[in-house]
Design a protein around this ligand. Structure first.
Ligand code: HEC
Length: 151
């Protein structure tokens, strides 16, 4: 076996290990009852509802950066039933948990079932790769709706 081949295998193993070890620290907000619905995406049978704390929406409206500790929650409805929740949470330097080319600022992404327990059927790297297209808007898709929200 050549050195290159060993190096290639070591690299491959390493990337598999890191891919699996990627931390995901986003948690479901314990104070979800304080969150307000700021956007609904109605697609007939399926629906999405976006929730944030009033202070988060006030910051977005003022054009201020969202601080670490911010969480955004998306309720995902399928066949007219709440099916799961998607959560984004920003933490201090959380972006450092991922290689620079895949990190989405300091946001982590997590999927929860309707009892608000972690459920990972979609992998966070898919959330991140799609949301990375929104890097200009702090990786958010709903920023316009946040700014337009009237309490
Ligand atoms: C294929 C693209 C795509 C993927 C994959 C994706 N999202 Fe999103 N996300 C969107 C879009 C688009 C919206 C805006 C609502 C809409 O139009 O459905 C959104 C909105 C959100 C929001 C509301 C805040 C905001 O504006 O960004 C959260 C929270 C969220 N997604 C979390 C997640 C999580 C967690 C995952 C993975 C489990 C995920 N998303 C996977 C495209 C994606």
């Amino acid at each position: 076996m050549t050195v290159h081949r060993i190096a290639a295998i070591a690299f491959l193993l390493c990337s598999i290990v890191t891919a699996n070890a990627q931390t995901n620290r986003a948690t479901f907000p314990k104070d979800f009852d304080k969150y307000v619905l700021y956007a609904t995406y109605d697609r007939g049978f399926n629906k999405e509802e976006a929730f944030a704390l009033p202070e988060t929406l006030a910051l977005a409206k003022a054009g201020k950066p969202l601080p670490p500790g911010t969480r955004l929650v998306l309720g995902v409805w399928r066949a007219r039933q709440l099916a799961e929740y998607f959560v984004m949470e920003k933490g201090v330097n959380w972006g450092a948990d991922f290689p620079a080319d895949v990190s989405t600022g300091d946001w982590h992404f997590q999927q929860f079932d309707t009892s608000r327990q972690i459920r990972r059927t979609a992998f966070a790297d898919r959330c991140q790769s799609c949301h990375s297209s929104q890097s200009r808007d702090d990786y958010l898709f709903t920023i316009d709706r946040m700014r337009a929200y009237v309490p």
